[in-house]
Every structure is written in C-alpha cells, then in structure tokens.
Design a protein around this ligand. Structure first.
Ligand code: BGC
Length: 751
C-alpha cells in the first residue's frame, strides 16, 4: 500500500460475516478520496452504504505468502462531511473449505486462522490539506445479514437481521503475507441469461433451466412485500429421468438461502459462486413463481476476448462455444479445473494442457502472469511444483502437471512476445528441470522412472472406469522431461544464456538417446522393463490396469516431441493412423489429447485428424455436443449414450482440458501459427488445411500489432483463401501445391 496500515481483526466468534466499520467525520467534503483495502478472507468495501468497484472476491486468490490490495477512488461516494467506511468479509479463499484440503503440522487446515482487514483512506481537501484514516482499534466490529458464506457450500443471506455493534477491532500481528497491488484482472459479472423454463421433475422438484452451464450465481428480483424464504440448489445436469442431479458436486452443498424482509428487491450472493445450468427451488414464499424474476449471471476474470472462429459446421461451432464457456467458467482469478464440485483448484496440468487455446481466445497475459508469479512463490527449494497453485496442498509434484512451470511461460511468450516475462520465469523453469534431475532414474539413465504421476489421466484405453490410461507412466514422464528441456534450451537461446543453451542442448540429446533405447525397438514403441512408475500406484480398483506403449498417446508424444529418429517418423505416423483406425475412436486422456491431432496432421494424416475432430461416436468431442453439452466435460463419457453417468464422484461437466483441441482448429485447420522468432504474432505462418466438411471457415486474433483475419472456403471445385494482416506483421503463406510467399505489408489478400 502506498501508505502502509495495520491489520485488524476480532477475537470474538460471530455467527455471520463480520463487518469492520469506521465513521469518519470530515471538516468538509473532500475534493478527492482514495482507499486501499485488503483482507484475509474475501471482502466487499462500502462507502456510505455503496459498494465500491464491481469486483467479486477481492483481494483475490494468491499464494499465502502474499496478499493483494485494491485501490478505489471513492470521491463520488462522499457527498458531504459524512463518511462511513465498512468492510464486509467472508471466509473466501483463505479460510473457506476451498483451502482446507491439507492438514498442516499445527493441526489447522488453513494457512490463516481468522479474518483480518487492512485499509488506508486518504482524503484531500481543496486547500491542499490531507486526512489519512488507517485501520486500527478505533474501528468497530458489526454483525451482518450474511450469516454464512463459502465457495463450495453457498450462502445464507438474511435481510431481516439487523447489523449490531459487537466490539472494537483488535490489532492483528499474525499476518505476515506481503501486501502487493492487484496484479491480475478483477473478477466481475458478465453475461446474464433469462430463465428458459420452469418445470416439475418426475420426483416433483421445481427446476429452472437457464440453458447454459456456467460459473456464477442466480440473481432473483423479489417483488416488494414478499416475505419468507427462498432456498436454491444448483446443478449442471439432470439425470436420465429428468430429475435434479447434484451427486457429482462431491461435498460442495452449492445451496443459497435468502430470507426476505419484504423490502429488498434484488438478491444475489456476496462471496460464493456455483457451477450450474439448473437450479432446484427447494423453498419459496407462498406466491406464484415468475421465471422472469430469475436470471443466471456468469462471472469470470475481466479478460479481453481476442480470438474468433466460425465455420460451416454447426456442431463444430457449438463445440467452440463450449470451449469458450469452459474457459470463462474456469478463469476466475486463477485457472481452475472445474467450477462446481469441492475442488475449483488451480490444477497445473489442466492449465498446461489448455494454455495455448486460452491465449488465442482471450488476452490472458496478465491473468497467467499473476498465476505464474504464485507458482514461482510456491515452488519448493528442491524445485518441486505443487499440483495446485495456490498450493493448498503439495500433491505429487508429478510430470505433465509440474511441467506447467516450463510449458505455460513458453506458451505465454509465444502468444504475447514479452521477453521480460520469460526472463522472470526462467529461474522457475530451470529449477523444475533440476527437480526432475534428482528423481529416480534421471541421473543414471536420463529417464524419469518411478515417481508419483497421474499418467494419461482419464484416457479410456485401460478399460472402462479406470482413471489412468494404459500408456506406461515412465514413458510419459521421460517424454515430458525431454519436452521441458527442449523448451528451456529455446528459452536460454532467446535470452542469450549461451552456456545454459549448450547444456540443455547436450542434455536433450542424451535424453533422446536414452528414450529411444528404452521405449523404441525397430522403430516401434515398446514397454521399458526397468520402468516402475506404475509400481507406486496402488494396484487395485481404478489404478490397476493393463500397461502398453502401443497406444495413441505414446505414439502422439513421440511424434510431437520429436523423440524418434527421422528415419522412423513415417512408420510411427502410419502406426498411429492405423491405430486410430483399428481402435475406431480416440483413446487419449489429458496427456495425449492435446497432441494427437497435431501428431497426425504434422505427418501427412490431416484427413484422419479431421475424422477424429468430426467423429460423433463416444468418445469424441461431438458426442458431448450431441448429448446437449454447453461446456466441455471432464470425461469423454461423463454422460453416456444410455443417459447414465460415468460415475457419481469425479464427474465435472465443466473442465476445459479437452477444449485444448481449439489450438489444432486455429493452428492447423485455419493454419495460423506464430513463429518462434516472431513471438506475439509479429511473424506467423498461414498454412491452412481446409476440409469441405467444415467449409466455409474463418478465424481471427487480435494481437498487439492489430487484428489478423483468415478464411477459406470450398467454391467452384477449389479452395479460396483470404488473409488480412495489420502493419508490423509478417506472414509466410504456405498453400498446398504452391511455393511459399512472405508478405509484410498491411492489407487484405486473396489466393
Ligand atoms: C482434477 C483434475 C486434475 C486431477 C489430477 C482432478 O480431481 O479435477 O482436473 O488435473 O485431479 O489428476
């Protein structure tokens, strides 16, 4: 904070969210007033009863080593010499159930053990005088009508309860987190959906359908004079009989209770959000329900949309919408895995997988910068990267997930071209590689064998109901070790760390050699007998599974990362194409899915990549679309053909990981690919791979230099291509059967 302040709290236990208030008497109306506010917990800041700013969940979610503060210009809210400052605080990220995943050595399951606030308010008067108000023990603690609030479980908001002074605040010396200015975009309200229909389910439940799965809340307008209680439960899907279904929320109660005072008109929760499309009305006052009074409101970080895409295939267009909705629903201050169940955590693997698509759809440079800052703060001394950032637990520090520390900064660099940021994250990237090097097998054999990993998470090739696909875990871990090292080598070169570049280059050669002798024989993948990554996984239930490297995922990784000898590339690609044909479907999970279409199209099998993209059989992207999905599902078969669910436990209908297919649609089908030596789309390749089944197709991306637009269509027996580039941009156009040309003049071109 520009002028630091003291933290205050109350040692009294209240049965509601506390409100810290200060009544300031000014000598006159100020010409300017600014406030700087932060909290342990999440807060809303009011001046003379008016909420300041439009952010939800300030001060945001960061590593517990730091806490953001927000700046407010409150001049407009002070009309006279009277100024009532109040800060309402909920448990939020710091103290709510969301951070209780790990029991800490002191027996507590949170990093903090109570709500605190900290604020500085500076008033300026017309004669140049200043008055500064700090949080201190003169602030008073009041009860509030927010009786309960938790991200997972919902909120109880009783407007009949009057605020009551309890005591004065006490100084709090326990907060050691560093105060830092707001780094990322704030979370705020965006789209609003009308209720589509109100219906009674076979079980007799009153259910409202808003038509779109999203993360946010329901806003209810209650006519004046209506008293009583409204209770709502949230769900993403209905069961096969059309009943309300929320068993997939794990322990999240996702319930909202409003007690009406007959006066208040619009009800919305303060410190919670839910992932939902449907609400069940569990209680309602004794008046007719008018669905026009219900709206669902989407909330997400205030990121700017940059990418656009549409094509002649409506199912692919819906898939694209679903990808955007899963991004919006999970870009709520940090990249989360899902917005509905009792997780909503910054799972690194998921973010790594989706990062490139995320950067096309939205400008996520600052969003990721904030999250990666926390990642580097949470990195352990030995280089381990916790599985979730902010680190509410350490997890396995596993391959693919931990590799996010290398892959995400790299993707962000390619998308936005900011070398400074790359330099900022380079130590974290290097340290992750060092961490891999102290793992079993790496020193002796240049392979990561053993360790605790998630494998090809949720792949279906190990059989129904298994969590880990069948690809050998040591192959995945070693392939990603290689990939991370090659990225570090590129980065060292860009940053002119030539010694490091040389070291990484030699290392990548050794890993490649080791990989080839362990996992390839006569140009085909094989099981590495010394691999024991699978031994650490309990061999029972979900994890007990057949292991093979003749899998779509293994082949896709080998081809994509360049782990084979050049002479074997075509054979391996053919093997992959045949495998897809004989399997008759995708069998990849979180690890293989982002790579399989690229591995096919980069090696002459673009038609097969399209077949997979356009397949409608379970499992496929369009299977979910046909099942009525409005977001991307966690499992290929979250909802099966017969209307049954994959499982009741781990079954999110809003997980963006498989939405990573958009980077293939944009980069290969539309053909727009940034060049490493032109990061930020200063230089890019336009090498479209058209297919009549989705023609006509167009896409665009807003870059720092301006908008790049491309399109292609099948017309009069041939393809026509269009491109428009802004100034300071160079494109290499590579069209089938023609020699490539380079264009660096702003304008529209047709071929
Ligand atoms: C999350 C995932 C995550 C995984 C780790 C799950 O519970 O929802 O998306 O990556 O755990 O395997």
């Amino acid at each position: 904070m520009p002028i630091p302040s003291k933290w205050i709290y109350t040692s009294k236990k209240l049965d509601c969210c506390p409100k810290f208030c200060k009544f300031v008497k000014l000598s006159e109306k100020p010409v300017e007033a600014k406030a700087y506010v932060s909290s342990i917990g999440v807060y809303d800041f009011f001046v003379n009863g008016k909420k300041q700013g439009n952010a939800f969940f300030a001060p945001g979610w960061t590593s517990c080593k730091r806490v953001q503060y927000q700046e407010y210009d409150i001049t407009e809210s002070i009309e006279s010499e009277k100024c009532e400052l109040s800060i309402l605080v909920g448990d939020g990220y710091a103290l709510g159930d969301i951070s209780s995943h790990h029991i800490r050595p002191n027996g507590s399951n949170h990093f903090f053990d109570h709500i605190s606030v900290c604020a500085t308010v500076i008033f300026k008067f017309k004669d140049g005088r200043k008055k500064i108000v700090h949080t201190d023990s003169s602030w008073e603690v009041f009860t509030s009508s927010v009786l309960y609030s938790d991200f997972y479980h919902g909120e109880i908001f009783d407007t009949t309860v009057k605020d009551e002074k309890i005591c004065n605040a006490e100084l709090d010396f326990s907060v050691t987190a560093k105060l830092v200015p707001q780094q990322g975009e704030i979370v705020c309200a965006h789209e609003k959906f009308e209720a589509k229909r109100l219906f009674v389910s076979p079980k007799g439940e009153k259910i409202i359908d808003f038509g779109q799965n999203l993360a946010g809340f329901v806003e209810i307008t209650v006519p004046l004079g209506v008293e009583g209680k409204i209770v709502l439960s949230h769900a993403e899907v209905l069961d096969k009989d059309g009943n309300f279904y929320n068993e997939n929320l794990q322990r999240a109660k996702a319930k909202i209770e409003y007690v009406l005072d007959g006066k208040t008109k619009v009800y919305a929760p303060h410190f919670t959000y839910q992932g939902f499309r449907y609400v069940r009305i569990d209680e309602y006052p004794n008046v007719e329900i008018n669905i026009d009074n219900f709206k669902s409101v989407a909330i997400y970080s205030n990121i700017k949309r940059t990418g656009e895409f549409s094509c002649g295939n409506q199912k692919i267009n819906r898939l694209y919408e679903n990808i955007l909705w899963s991004q919006k629903s999970n870009f709520i201050d940090i990249p989360t895995d899902c917005p509905q169940r009792s997780e909503r955590l910054g799972w690194t693997g998921d973010a790594q997988v989706f990062c490139r698509s995320a950067c096309i759809n939205y400008n996520v440079k600052t969003f990721f910068d904030k999250w990666l800052t926390d990642m580097s703060l949470e990195q352990k001394e030995n280089g381990a990267i916790p599985d979730v950032i902010p680190a509410v637990f350490l997890g396995k520090a596993s391959s693919v997930w931990g590799d996010a520390a290398v892959i995400c900064p790299w993707e962000i660099y390619l998308a936005y071209g900011d070398k400074q940021k790359l330099r900022k994250y380079y130590p974290m990237m290097k340290k992750w590689v060092k961490y891999i090097q102290i793992q079993k097998g790496v020193k002796e054999d240049n392979l990561w064998v053993g360790g605790n990993h998630y494998g090809d998470w949720l792949a279906l090739d190990a059989g129904e109901g298994k969590l880990l696909g069948s690809t050998q875990i040591d192959l995945i871990a070693s392939a990603f070790y290689f990939y991370s090292v090659t990225i570090c080598q590129n980065v060292a070169k860009i940053l002119k760390y030539y010694d490091d570049e040389k070291e990484f280059s030699l290392l990548s050669i050794s890993i490649k050699n080791a990989f080839q002798s362990a996992f390839l024989e006569n140009g085909k993948p094989k099981i590495y007998p010394k691999g024991d990554g699978d031994l650490n996984i309990p061999h029972n239930g979900d994890y007990d599974r057949p292991i093979s490297n003749n899998t779509q995922t293994a082949l896709a990784l080998i081809l994509r990362f360049g782990l084979c000898e050049d002479k074997d590339r075509q054979n391996l690609a053919e093997l992959l194409a045949r495998k897809v044909y004989s399997d008759g479907k995708l069998t990849t999970g979180f690890v293989g899915t982002p790579h399989i279409l690229h591995a096919l199209s980069e090696n002459g099998y673009c038609d097969i990549a399209y077949n997979l993209l356009l397949s409608e059989k379970n499992p496929s992207w369009l299977f979910a679309v046909n099942q009525g999905a409005t977001t991307i599902w966690e499992h290929w078969d979250s909802l099966k053909e017969n209307g049954e669910f994959w499982d009741k436990d781990m079954n999110s209908f809003n997980h963006y990981a498989y939405g990573s297919v958009f980077d293939w649609i944009f980069g290969v089908a539309m053909g727009v690919k940034v060049k490493e030596n032109g990061a930020g789309y200063k230089k890019f390749i336009f090498k479209p791979n058209p297919d009549k089944r989705i023609s006509p197709a167009k896409a665009s991306i807003e870059t720092k230099q301006g908008k790049i637009s491309v399109a292609w269509e099948w017309e009069n027996d041939s393809y026509k291509y269009y491109i428009e580039i802004p100034s300071k941009t160079e494109v290499e156009v590579i069209l089938e059967g023609k020699s490539s040309i380079v264009i660096n003049k702003k304008g529209k071109y047709a071929f």
